[in-house]
Structures are given as structure tokens and as C-alpha cells.
Write a protein of this length. Structure first.
Ligand code: ADP
Ligand code: MG
Length: 695
């Protein structure tokens, strides 16, 4: 029998394969590039390309592709066969170092936010040796970064790699002052991925799911998630089979899929991998999302990654567990046995506190999307207000330092189960706070505001860069300080004095917190449209330019792409709604009207001595709702026409949020009410019960 260890990573050109297939000196040089980010020599690329090609062909590959991550948020690929003409009408298989290092896809149809006119089509992809190449569907996939002919960044990977590089430089300066012999610092991420699975046949009957990924209509079912019987519940056989295959395929690609379980909403599930470097975690998360969809199809299921596929039950997010590690194996966010004496930990913690407070708006922007607007602040996901949970122990320590007192040592308590036979467990330093957007969870931070469908690159670029900015400031101070230890304490103290407003350990879902946050001066950017323009603020541009992540033009381009994305998404949703309302719901409703009124008419004509009071009222109600449906359709139609009056993208996005989105909501209310009246036989597509409780 083959076991997991036999096939784990079998489709990856990983270090074991490299070591076995590359000459020693080449392997060493490539490893150095991977570990330290040093430039790659062309001779090395030549040898690596040849070894990669032979290996891939043995795995059945006929093609290779530069795999990149344009600003659509998903991945892109264009495949070229290895073939080249040989002698006597035969072919040879070729793959050069140049082809490995550089690709030239036509870039004109990817969003660039005006960075590049469509006639300037040239774009380049360059190999990212820090993420392994792999074979999938008979192609050799080479992870690459993507930029334009003029060098403007057009993707999500390049800025992510840059942000990892700058945080490395600044963190090393600080670690050096602590006397650490470290040569590389890397940010690590473990993204927990939530998703829904539904039946394929039913999916096909719903245009909204097909075109927008979410239901635009649907009355509340009799049962939702109120019994909490789905969370961690046992798996449906179909789902269990799906998860098994998904795990196996992910493992073959070297993805450390670790945890799987049912989530809170019916038909909702989660997969969590073991964390890796931010870059690899990002690539792997993209692959995970892709395979989740592909494998679902094989099981006659459809995987929905939208943030809010169903109203009335929880939507899906992605928890971005984030930390910083050294190449000596130290996790910089590990408080150790005695956090109060761990000044290095307290300093890094302070840097994060300050960074999150100073750049809260940017963190909010990094998770903004039309889909995520349905979750944030809806009592199922953190609110749109960014704050941090540190737990009592750390907060107490930091408060004591702020006051100049000595912090008391805390003794870790044992968990009291009251059953002698059960093993004694030490309690964790912090309980969980599920409601916090940015929670310290023992040795990492969990940024919980991300939507389920987004690339995690955006959030991590912001997080890394903001923390870099503060680390740099701290390093500047500490390098000049006469007394190092004293200066560290002074920094922690100042950070608490100036930034403790960002720390909140209570219930983030409560109305009191919304008010308290306002008193503290924390922003509550409820919608994407309010949040996104902050990305192009002076402060944001200054931050990104200073650390070489984006130029001003690139920031502005990205801001435009995000606002445009919002407007386009709502536009597609509105058009889909109108289509369904006019061609499916209204005809069904009219048909049902006919049945009801016909019956009423017949009864009236018989002129029996029976009461028709209720029946008549029912018919009137149905007719009124039908009339209302028609007028809501007209309203949405007319409002959509008005969008033509806006050229400026921020204004347009605002109009979509304030008018189009609102008109969609009112249309939905009427249609959903009709769904509760019209006979099941007449309703034109599967309902929430059908979709959420399939077998
Ligand atoms: P939870 O109880 O929230 O599921 P886990 O401890 O299981 O917490 O971890 C959740 C995720 O956090 C996993 O993907 C895990 O690999 C990741 N994680 C753990 N340690 C780190 C770290 N140091 N850096 C980044 N992610 C981490
Ligand atoms: Mg978690």
C-alpha cells in the first residue's frame, strides 16, 4: 500500500529532487538564492532548466507555463510545449535557462489601472526561485512575478516578495542589537480557508450562483445554523470523499493540508494547512482554492468560495495566521515562559501594536471587496473596525511597563476538569477571542478579516510593510541609544502610551464597542467604497514608496482597479438579478397568480354560501406583491441606467453602493416574500433548503 509519505510532494521540484538531479555547485548556488534572496546566475538557470525539464517529462509533462498572479486576484497561465523541430521531421524537447527565467505573455488584457495602455501589450514574467516549480495537468508550472515593459509591477507576488525583503532587513538590524546571530528573517503564514459545497445539478439551475458566486434571491429556510449542529459535526459521505481526494491532491503538490472540518453554516467547511513562508503560503493558497473547485466538480459538487453565498447564515473568510521567524528556527512572536522578561518579544510586539494602529486603514483596505462587505460587521465576522486582541496576561504586562511598575510573573494555571482520570492540561496564556479582527493566539497573530476568495498577498503586503516601517524607526533609535535595555523599555512604554487605543480584549460584535471605538478615534470604514480610497492617501503612498513596495503611480493604479472591481461586481449582480427577476421569477409568479385567481373566480361564480374572505385577501396580497415586484424591477432598471452619468471611478463606485446595491436589496425583499407564497411546484429554481441541505 502506498502511504502519504510515499507520495507527498511527488509532483514538486523540491529540494530532494534538486539535490538528486543537480550538480553540487549548482544546487548550492540555487539554495543560496532561495534562502537569502541573492541574484541567480544565468549558468545556474541553464542547468536547472534542463534538470527541471527532464524531471517534468518523466512525470508526463508536455508543456511548461509561467504561472503568475495578476491583479485579478487569481492566477494566470499560458502553456508552451517543450517541442522544437529536429532533424528528419522529428522533434526534440527543449527548455532553456532563458525560458525558465523569463516569459513574455501578452499582458494587454490584465487589469493595470491605467499603468499601461492596451496597445502597449508587452509584459514580462520572471521566475521566483523561492517557490518550488511543480507538475500539474501535464504541465511544468513555474511560479513567476509579473511586470510591464516599463517595469511597473502588475501582480501580487512582486510586492509581496519586496515586503518580505524589507521586513527582513529591518528585523535583522534589531536582532543584531540583541546579539543574535541570524542572517535571514521570514514572515510566515498559515491561512485557514473556509468554503461551501453544494450539489452541482442544483447549482446549474441558479444563474446567480453561476454568474456571481452567491445567491441574489432566497427566502430564509425554516432551519439555518441556529442549532449549531453543523460545526465540527460528522462529515457527509460525499463531503468526506471529496475532502479525502482534495487532501491527497494537495499533498502531491507539497501542500501541507492539515485540518478539515465542518464549519458553522450548513454546507460550510474549512481546510487549514501547516504554515509556511508568506510567499509559499500565498502560492499554496491559490492552488488550494483552484483544486477545491476542480475536485468538487469530480464529485458532482460545486465549491463556493464567495464571502457570502447565502444570506442569513455565516459567510466564509480566511484567517491569516501570521508570524516572523528566523533562519535559526526562532519564532519572534513566541513569548516564552516568562513574557515579561522577554524584552525582544515585547519590542517586536510593540512594533506590531504601533503598526496596526498607525496603518489600521490600510489593513482595512487590504480586505475590502464587494463580497466581504456582507461579512464584516455582520456579527459573524469581525467588525470593520480594526483592533487587536492581546489577552489579559500580555495586556497586564504592557500596562505595568507603561506605568513604570514591575510586571508580576504569571503562573500558568492547570485546567480543572474535575475528573481525576483525565490528563492535566496547562491552560493557554490567552483564551480565544473569536470576535477580534487581529488576535494574538499564543505565538502568532491571527488576522481574521480576510474574505474567503481573495489572494492573501494583499493583506500580507500591508502587514509586512507597516511592521517594517515601525521596526526601522525602532532600529534607528536603538542603534543610537546609549543604554540599549533602557531604550527598549522606553519604546515599549511610549508605544503603550500612544497606541494602546488599538488594544481591545472585549466583544467586538457588541454595539458598545462600536461606540467605544469611535470615542478612541478608531475608524469604522463600513464598506469597501469608504475604505478603498484610503489606499491612495498620502500616508499610504509615502509608506509604500519609502520601502520600495509600490510607486505612487502603482498605488493609484491598484486603488483604481479595486474600485473598478467593486463597481463591476455590483453591476454584474444587478444585471443577473434583473435577468432572473424578469425571466424566471415574474413568469412563475404570474402563473401562480392565474391559478389563485382562477380558483377564486370559479368559487365566486358557483355562488355558494361559503366564506371567501381569506382567499380573497390572499389573492389580493399576491397581486399586490406581484405589482410591487414589477415596480422594483423597474426601479433597479432605471437606477442602472443612471450609472452611465459617472465617469470618475470613485463616484461611480459610490453610486453603485448607495443606489444600485440598495435597489437590489429592496427587489430581493419582495421576491423573497413571494417565494414564501408561491407554490413549491411553481418556484423556478432550487431554494435555500434544497441548496443547503442536499444529500
Ligand atoms: P486554530 O486553533 O485557530 O485552528 P492552530 O494552532 O491550529 O489554530 O493554527 C491555525 C493556523 O495557524 C495553522 O495554519 C497553523 O499552521 C498556523 N500557524 C501556527 N503557527 C504559526 C506561525 N508561527 N506562523 C504562521 N502561522 C502559524
Ligand atoms: Mg483560527
Amino acid at each position: 500500500m502506498t502511504t502519504v509519505t510515499d507520495f507527498f510532494g511527488c509532483n514538486v521540484f523540491n529540494e530532494t529532487v534538486m539535490q538528486a538531479r543537480l550538480p553540487k555547485s549548482i544546487f548550492k548556488s540555487l539554495k543560496k538564492t532561495m534562502a537569502e534572496g541573492t541574484a541567480l546566475q544565468p549558468e545556474v538557470a541553464e542547468v536547472v532548466a534542463s534538470a527541471m525539464k527532464d524531471w517534468a517529462i518523466e512525470k508526463g509533462a508536455t508543456h511548461y507555463t509561467h504561472w503568475f498572479q495578476p491583479m485579478t486576484g487569481i492566477t494566470a497561465e499560458k502553456h508552451d510545449a517543450f517541442i522544437a523541430p529536429g532533424a528528419d521531421g522529428k522533434i526534440i524537447l527543449e527548455f532553456s535557462g532563458k525560458e525558465l527565467i523569463k516569459g513574455e505573455p501578452d499582458a494587454s488584457s490584465f487589469p493595470s489601472g491605467g499603468l499601461r495602455a492596451t496597445f502597449e501589450a508587452r509584459g514580462y514574467t520572471t521566475w521566483d526561485p523561492t517557490s518550488y516549480a511543480f507538475v500539474k495537468d501535464d504541465s511544468l508550472y513555474i511560479p513567476t512575478a509579473f511586470c510591464s515593459y516599463g517595469g511597473e509591477v502588475l501582480d501580487k507576488k512582486t510586492p509581496l516578495l519586496r515586503s518580505m525583503e524589507t521586513i527582513n532587513v529591518q528585523a535583522l538590524r534589531i536582532l543584531k542589537l540583541f546579539g543574535k546571530e541570524v542572517t535571514r528573517v521570514t514572515t510566515t503564514v498559515g491561512p485557514e480557508q473556509e468554503y461551501f459545497l453544494i450539489d452541482k445539478a442544483m447549482y446549474k439551475e441558479r444563474k446567480d450562483l453561476i454568474l456571481t458566486g452567491r445567491t441574489l434571491f432566497g427566502a430564509k429556510p425554516a432551519k439555518g445554523q441556529e442549532l449549531d449542529d453543523h460545526y465540527f459535526g460528522n462529515l457527509r459521505q460525499r463531503v468526506s470523499d471529496y475532502m479525502k481526494e482534495l487532501d491527497e491532491e494537495l499533498w502531491k503538490l507539497g501542500i501541507l493540508a492539515k485540518t478539515k472540518h465542518n464549519e458553522v453554516a450548513p454546507a460550510q467547511h474549512e481546510l487549514a494547512p501547516i504554515f509556511g513562508t508568506t510567499n509559499i503560503a500565498t502560492d499554496h493558497n491559490q492552488l488550494t482554492m483552484e483544486l477545491m473547485k476542480k475536485i468538487a466538480d469530480k464529485h458532482d459538487l460545486v465549491c463556493l468560495l464567495h464571502e457570502k453565498p447565502f444570506a442569513g447564515v455565516n459567510g466564509s473568510g480566511k484567517h491569516n495566521n501570521w508570524s516572523i521567524s528566523t533562519n535559526t528556527g526562532e519564532n519572534l512572536l513566541e513569548p516564552g515562559k516568562s513574557p515579561k522578561d522577554n524584552t525582544q518579544f515585547l519590542l517586536f510586539l510593540s512594533a506590531i501594536i504601533k503598526a496596526v494602529d498607525e496603518y489600521a486603514d490600510l489593513l482595512r483596505v487590504s480586505v475590502a471587496s464587494a463580497g466581504n462587505d456582507h461579512r464584516l460587521g455582520a456579527n459573524e465576522a469581525p467588525p470593520a473596525i480594526v483592533s487587536m486582541f492581546l489577552g489579559d496576561e500580555l495586556t497586564t504586562i504592557l500596562e505595568a511597563i507603561e506605568k513604570g511598575e514591575t510586571a508580576q510573573a504569571t503562573v500558568k494555571a492547570f485546567l480543572e476538569t474535575g475528573v481525576a482520570a483525565l490528563p492535566k492540561l496547562r491552560k493557554d496564556t490567552t483564551d480565544r477571542n473569536r470576535t477580534s479582527p487581529f488576535a494574538f493566539t499564543g505565538n502568532k497573530f491571527e488576522f481574521r478579516m480576510l474574505g474567503s476568495s481573495v489572494s492573501i498577498a494583499g493583506a500580507n503586503i500591508v502587514l509586512n510593510t507597516a511592521v517594517t516601517e515601525v521596526l526601522q524607526e525602532f532600529a534607528d533609535r536603538l542603534e543610537k541609544a546609549a543604554e540599549f535595555e533602557k531604550e527598549v523599555v522606553a519604546i515599549v512604554k511610549e508605544t503603550m502610551a500612544n497606541h494602546k487605543r488599538i488594544i481591545f480584549n472585549g466583544n467586538n460584535y457588541s454595539e458598545e464597542w462600536v461606540q467605544e471605538a469611535a470615542r478612541r478615534g478608531l475608524n469604522n470604514l463600513k464598506t469597501s467604497v469608504e475604505a478603498l480610497p484610503k489606499f491612495a492617501s498620502e500616508k499610504s503612498v509615502a509608506l509604500f514608496e519609502k520601502h520600495g513596495i509600490f510607486t505612487k503611480a502603482e498605488v493609484e493604479a491598484r486603488c483604481e482597479i479595486m474600485l473598478e472591481g467593486y463597481a463591476k461586481t455590483v453591476n454584474i449582480e444587478a444585471l443577473t438579478m434583473l435577468d432572473m427577476a424578469k425571466k424566471e421569477i415574474l413568469p412563475a409568479v404570474l402563473k401562480y397568480n392565474k391559478e389563485v385567481f382562477k380558483t377564486l373566480k370559479v368559487k365566486k361564480e358557483l355562488d355558494l354560501n361559503i366564506s371567501l374572505e381569506k382567499e380573497q385577501a390572499y389573492a389580493v396580497k399576491l397581486s399586490n406583491l406581484t405589482e410591487s415586484l414589477m415596480s422594483k424591477i423597474d426601479e433597479l432598471d432605471n437606477i442602472l441606467l443612471e450609472t452611465k452619468n459617472y465617469d470618475e471611478i470613485e463616484e461611480l463606485a459610490k453610486f453603485f453602493r448607495e443606489y444600485v446595491f440598495e435597489a437590489m436589496q429592496t427587489l430581493r425583499v419582495v421576491a423573497d416574500e413571494l417565494e414564501t407564497m408561491v407554490s413549491a411546484a411553481n418556484w423556478p429554481f432550487p431554494t435555500y433548503v434544497d441548496l443547503l441541505f442536499y444529500v
